[in-house]
Design a protein around this ligand. Structure first.
Ligand code: GRF
Length: 217
């Protein structure tokens, strides 16, 4: 089985990175993580990568005069590792159109809301303020607009009485850890087709199809 070569960009804890490391350990998972890059040298995710024996590097954005030269450095490292799919997993730098176009259709992100609702930051507080009863997370191809791009999969969680942003974030994060590997699997199995900026998801072996996760009703 051919395994797609992944590069994962992080800035912090890297719990989504961990869920991908764990998924890649399964013999039938169609991807492998070749490189982890962090813009912060103290990101805990770098330790997770080290523990898993994965190449990792901190690239301090502050060492570069502008965003584009930072992104050029990232791209060079990803290309040197022959990365085929770039995974944003809690990477806290806004990417310029330069990077987004260079990796077009090979760059995915996870956002902690059911897009297109609640773009930007503080998504859990936004959801609580709006009074929605379902919240969740989305994996999408990255486009130049903020949290914009064709949606690959989504996971929903209930908003429960008494929730605050912290409790809701924890529930969403647990769903993220299931959703991201499911979406990466779908992409790497060649089941995600972009048609007029909409993702069409084909059925997988074993009957799995679109990465959708719903709360028990
Ligand atoms: C996640 O909530 C993700 O949706 C957002 O940043 C957070 C990263 O968490 N983009 P972690 O570093 O993967 O634990």
């Amino acid at each position: 089985m051919k395994r797609t070569r992944l590069g994962v960009l992080i800035s912090g804890s890297g719990s989504n990175l961990q869920s991908l490391i764990d998924a890649c350990a399964a013999p039938d998972f169609p991807a492998e993580i070749k490189l982890v890059l962090s813009n912060k040298s103290d990101a805990f995710g770098l330790e997770r990568a080290a523990k898993a024996g994965i190449d990792r590097t901190a690239v301090a954005h502050k060492a570069f005069p502008d965003r584009e030269s930072f992104e050029r450095a990232l791209s060079e490292k990803l290309e040197a590792a022959h990365v085929e799919l770039v995974i944003l997993a809690g990477f806290m730098r806004i990417l310029t159109p330069y990077f987004v176009e260079r990796w077009r259709d090979r760059l995915v992100n996870i956002h902690p809301s059911l897009l297109p609702s609640f773009k930007g930051t503080d998504t859990h507080a936004q959801a609580l303020a709006a009074g929605v009863k379902l919240h969740g997370c989305s994996v999408h191809y990255v486009r130049p607009g903020l949290d914009d791009g064709p949606i690959i999969g989504q996971a929903a969680v209930p908003v429960l009485p008494g929730d605050d942003p912290k409790s809701l974030a924890a529930r969403v994060l647990t769903a993220e850890h299931k959703l991201y590997p499911a979406c990466v699997r779908a992409i790497c199995e060649g089941r995600v087709k972009l048609v007029n900026e909409i993702c069409e998801i084909g059925g997988g072996s074993g009957g799995s199809s679109a990465p959708l996760i719903n709360p028990a009703s």
